[in-house]
Design a protein around this ligand. Structure first.
Ligand SMILES: Nc1nc2c(ncn2[C@@H]2O[C@H](COP(=O)(O)OP(=O)(O)OP(=O)(O)O)[C@@H](O)[C@H]2O)c(=O)[nH]1
Ligand SMILES: [Mg+2]
Length: 333
């Protein structure tokens, strides 16, 4: 999953990137392990040679003006799945709500321009050669234009933006967006972010503080320090868990003596689709999935006991995977 960190200049993007990526990470791009506390008890049991976390790619896109992102950034973010937008709520020189509104407007205007151009071209094609014209696509584009003209982002209409005829446009206002409100250390306690809405989430954090904390070597020391400050989890934990929610992702786990892994999966996908996340061979040769739900594992603490109690289930391709499922795939090669 690719996430772009964007925002106006000086909003705290680089500080946030360093906090997420860890100190000393070179460049503007980092693969960050998704924290997954459920791996630890599994590793204790299986003692694997290694454990592998799902990773998220964060890219810090430098630049952006003091009151707009600008066209360069707008075109750079098209290939990303999720936007992490930093708002300056710490310096007192900027109104963060005005920044949010300005950024929303830029995403909407950029999508409108793409649609206008495409619709114009479609009109010309229609005149030239009728058979080239796709009336279904024209109708959907017109619908999307209507939404944007009312200053609403397409992410509020996820079914429309996901239609085959529109998906290829990768509309900016259809991407899930997480607003990170960069608040001064001493006002973090009482700071209230707006409520989340469809495709849009909010986290409050102090970039300066988080970056300093990420430089502490001792994670225990870090967590205690954060608790004293009344902060629940690091910004990394909070950003990733909100991003997972926004993208509709859950986690499933695989175990073995060689490796214990966590994997991302879209909520509502089945066991066959989960197999494909790991390897196309496992999906092609899929026979059955042996599934142990996370709560059942916690209650039994061993696979032997889970089998005896009948909670280790054999499931077929159509089984809808749940968050925390431990899955062993049986497959033919
Ligand atoms: N006190 C305080 N200073 C901060 C905070 N966040 C950022 N700063 C400072 O503000 C300046 C700008 O922060 P950066 O993270 O570099 O901002 P940026 O968004 O990457 O800026 P550009 O790359 O220029 O667009 C730096 O000097 C930071 O140390 C904060 O939460 N508190
Ligand atoms: Mg920067």
């Amino acid at each position: 999953m690719k996430t772009a960190i964007i925002g106006f200049s000086g909003s705290g993007k680089s500080e946030l990137f360093r906090a997420l990526a860890g100190p000393g990470t070179p460049g503007n791009r980092a693969m960050v392990k998704v924290p997954e506390p459920r791996l630890e008890p599994l590793c204790d049991l299986f003692k694997p040679k290694k454990s592998t976390h799902t990773e998220i790619e964060f890219m810090n896109l430098p630049g952006g003006g003091s009151s707009s992102l600008g066209n360069k950034i707008l075109s750079d973010i098209r290939g990303f799945e999720c936007l992490l937008v930093v708002l300056d709520a710490y310096s007192g020189t900027q109104d963060p709500i005005a920044q949010l509104n300005a950024i929303e407007a830029e995403l909407i205007i950029s999508d409108l321009a793409v649609i206008e151009k495409k619709l114009e071209r479609m009109q010309e094609d229609k005149k030239k050669a009728k058979h080239l014209h796709d009336p279904g696509q024209e109708e959907m584009l017109t619908k999307a234009r209507g939404i944007l003209e009312q200053d609403r982002p397409l992410r509020e209409y996820p079914d429309l933006a996901a239609r085959d005829a529109l998906r290829g446009f990768a509309f900016l206002s259809s991407k899930p967006v997480l607003y990170a409100w960069n608040v001064a250390e001493d006002s973090l306690g009482g700071f209230k972010t707006p409520l989340d809405s469809t495709g849009m989430g909010h986290v409050a954090f102090s970039a300066r503080l988080e970056r300093e904390l990420s430089e502490l070597e001792d994670r225990q020391e870090l967590l205690e320090f954060m608790q004293e400050l009344g902060i629940q989890g690091s910004v990394l934990d909070r950003v990733i868990s909100r991003a997972y929610d926004l993208l509709g992702l859950i986690t499933f786990l695989t175990v073995g003596e060689k490796e214990v892994c966590s994997w991302p999966l879209k909520r509502g996908k089945n066991a066959w689709e989960a197999a494909g996340v790991i390897h196309s061979d496992i999906q092609k040769g899929f026979i059955r999935a042996e599934v142990l739900g996370w709560e059942d594992f916690v209650a039994c603490k061993s696979f032997k006991k889970a089998r005896e109690q009948g909670v280790l289930r054999l499931e077929g391709k159509e089984y809808i995977v749940r968050d925390g499922d431990i899955i062993t795939f049986r497959f033919n090669v």
